[in-house]
Design a protein around this ligand. Structure first.
Ligand code: UN1
Length: 511
């Protein structure tokens, strides 16, 4: 594929196929590849990649540990300036990196560009944050004492990211972790290693241009790396984005050694479509939410909870909209929906449809795998819609595919109970022009999710807000707001500038 070869060349990584990197150092380019990256777009092999072995892991961690001592001495606003330069480099590479994301992961080119834009946005955010790592001051109960708190770097931050946002999720973590004074070790999804190599290369060039040492940002490829990181006391924080199943393992392993984790796990996101919704506008939110990234966002819309009075009308509009969807090569901007990540994901999609049917799901738009000319990768599937009940086992699960479930409701309280009636708690939305309903949905008696929207869909969160969710979504927050605090340790300081040493709580202790 010529396009992709020139993209790899522009990104400077056409000859790089390593298992690790500590910045400008990459290695090794061995003869016997252990992993291969295939594009779900056309099934072609993009590159052979190696999995890092224990020795390589150790050597990377050693370099990272040494770099941590240097990096935390750099003043935070100067660290911010490095992240500013990363943002500038990403602006320059937006087309190439976005295209690589689209080709290696399979999301539409527009969404590939959008993902790189999220990286640029978080860099901008982190630059500002680097001058705002604020601690509070407190009034001491003792005379001539001062109390305050400050925020210090943690040391090494481990980032484990998923295939569906192969570049943005790393940047949410790395941009904040870096301005906070940490060094980063990144284990990307083994399904999208080239995207990770490209990002690492872009950041490495910035670090090198600023004469910074190896190890401020490292990359380790291969599935075994995740377990090593979870159990490694040198890694103060593991930020994991991925499935609830793996998140449970990460969380337990990291907690056992009293490490910190930030978990951003599965979602089962619903939109409530009220009888007072603007139905035409709601269609855009619902359809993009369900079929965008071929249903492989953790924020994808999986359930529509529709008021009985507008149920038939909305269903009709949905079916019509699905009829207009163009499925195919995501690099062709005429298409709306690209492939799933691999054949394993296609099988999960088929299993979910079968399980749904066995439980009583009524498919009003049928699914299926596309075959023939432009679909030779075998990863293209039809977005489908089924009428279901919320309690079906399959409806309670997150299937990373474009399967949309419709559920009917009568009262707003019932709709909120249905929305909350799943194990996950990431994103949620209500479509309504009714102020009472909207405010109820956002209140403590409303959505139990980390994200709750009014008159927009469940996906497409901006980086300025804290991103993450409750229950089996794991409770972690990445990205904006005060998520930076998750990447630092808080220290409370009390300073006595009097000439006596009074004890707190009025305790008398005379010698
Ligand atoms: C994810 O799917 O892991 O809110 C992240 C969104 C994107 C990020 C999704 N900004 O849909």
């Amino acid at each position: 594929n010529n396009t992709i070869q020139s993209v790899l060349k522009n990104l400077g990584i056409q000859d790089i196929n390593p298992s690790w990197s500590t910045g400008s150092q990459w290695g090794p380019i061995a003869d016997h590849p252990a992993l291969t990256s295939f594009s779900p777009v056309d099934g072609a092999k993009i590159a052979d990649i190696h999995a890092a072995d224990t020795e390589q892991y150790e050597s990377v961690l050693k370099t990272a540990s040494a770099a941590a001592l240097v990096w935390k001495k750099v003043p935070a606003p100067k660290r911010g300036d490095i992240v500013r330069q990363l943002g500038d480099a990403l602006r320059a590479k937006k087309n190439d990196l976005g295209t690589l994301v689209s080709y290696e992961m399979g999301k539409s080119l527009q969404e590939g560009f959008g993902e790189v834009q999220e990286m640029i946005d978080i860099c901008d955010f982190a630059v500002g944050q680097s001058r705002q790592l604020y601690g509070l001051t407190m009034h001491s109960e003792r005379p001539q004492h001062r109390m305050y708190e400050q925020w210090h770097p943690l040391g090494i931050v481990g980032i484990i990211s998923a295939f569906n946002f192969p570049v943005a999720v790393w940047s949410w973590n790395a941009a904040l972790a870096l301005v906070a004074g940490n060094v980063c070790v990144w284990k990307p999804s083994s399904k999208t290693p080239l995207c990770a190599i490209a990002c690492q290369h872009i950041l490495a060039e910035v670090l090198k241009a600023n004469d910074l040492p190896e190890g401020i940002s490292s990359l380790l490829i291969g599935n075994a790396v995740g377990d090593q990181m979870n159990n490694d006391k040198r890694i103060a924080l593991v930020s994991f984005t991925g499935s609830t199943r793996i998140g449970r393992i990460v969380s337990a392993a990291v907690a056992t050694r009293f490490g910190r984790s930030i978990l951003e796990l599965g979602g089962n996101n619903a939109i409530i479509v009220s009888k007072d919704a603007d139905l035409d506008m709601s269609i855009i939110g619902a359809v993009f939410g369900a079929v965008g990234t071929a249903g492989q966002r953790c924020t994808s819309t999986r359930r529509l909870i529709i008021h009985e009075a507008v149920y038939d009308a909305f269903k009709e509009k949905l079916v019509k909209a699905y009829g207009q969807l163009r499925i195919g090569d995501p690099l062709d901007q005429n298409n709306h929906v690209g492939p799933l990540i691999d054949k394993g994901a296609v099988q999960d999609y088929l299993n979910a449809i079968e399980k749904g049917k066995a439980e009583g799901a009524n498919f009003i738009v049928e699914g299926g795998v596309l075959s023939g000319d432009t679909y030779e990768s075998g990863c293209y599937v039809k977005p489908c819609i089924a009428e279901v009940e919320n309690h079906y086992e399959i409806v309670q699960e997150e299937t990373f595919a474009p399967i949309l479930y419709l559920i009917k409701y009568k009262t707003i309280d019932e709709a909120i109970a249905l929305q909350n009636g799943v194990p996950q708690g990431l994103s949620s939305a209500i479509m309504t022009l009714n102020l009472r309903e909207a405010e109820l949905f956002l209140s403590a008696n409303g959505s139990d999710c980390g994200i709750a929207n009014v008159n927009i869909g469940t996906s497409g969160a901006e980086i300025g807000g804290a991103f993450g969710g409750e229950k089996e979504t794991g409770g972690g927050r990445e990205s904006g707001s005060d998520a930076w605090k998750g990447y630092m340790r808080r220290q409370t300081n009390t300073i006595n500038y009097s000439d006596t040493l009074p004890l707190a709580q009025g305790i008398k202790f005379d010698l």
